[in-house]
Design a protein around this ligand. Sequence first.
Ligand code: G4P
Length: 195
Amino acid sequence: MKLLQEKIQKEGIVLSEEVLKVDSFLNHQVDPHLMQAIGMEFAERFRADNITKILTIESSGIAPSVMAGLELGVPVIFARKRASLTLNNNLLSAEVKSFTKKETNTISVSGDFISSGDKLLIIDDFLANGQAALGLLDIAEKAGAEVAGIGIVIEKGFQQGGRLLRDRGVRVESLAIVDGLQDGRVTFRKEENTL
Ligand code: G4P
């Protein structure tokens, strides 16, 4: 997605050879116009799939998911990473290991909002090692719901998440795939070469 790649080139900050900071439009401040375009792009890619609901994870997955949900006309449900006062029964949970933070979190969704009749589109902001996506797939499976695919805003192609998911036969649509963060520069994978 050209607009997204341009934004990453303009505002992304390469923190190391592994980490790209995009706080100015995705992870802290949110650019609503860009987010709207991202939502439309996800909707375009999954419009033929009869999606009934979008499943994401707090916090940075919510903005692109809401825009995609608006475009597809479906609700958005986000997994919580922390215990909630009101989310207290009929929970569907999964363990998510974070390689970056060296910790394991339990993520949860209420079973009231996902059922076996649902066809889900999973959306997240970053795909690194794929642990969050695997956790969301686990939750979908526990609900008996079908997953049409996974939409990712920025995939780090040099980490294992994309391969892990695609090797399982999951359809992964990434709007930008970063292949390298060397010498403070972001290198993108060519769009036709995503598999
Ligand atoms: P994984 O789910 O793909 O295995 O990711 P990992 O555990 O490695 O990453 C943990 C957190 O760090 C996730 O966000 C993930 O989106 C984010 N992350 C991973 N690599 C990068 C990167 O290069 N740049 C940025 N900006 N984020 C990255 P989180 O902690 O759940 O954050 P949030 O959704 O609450 O904002």
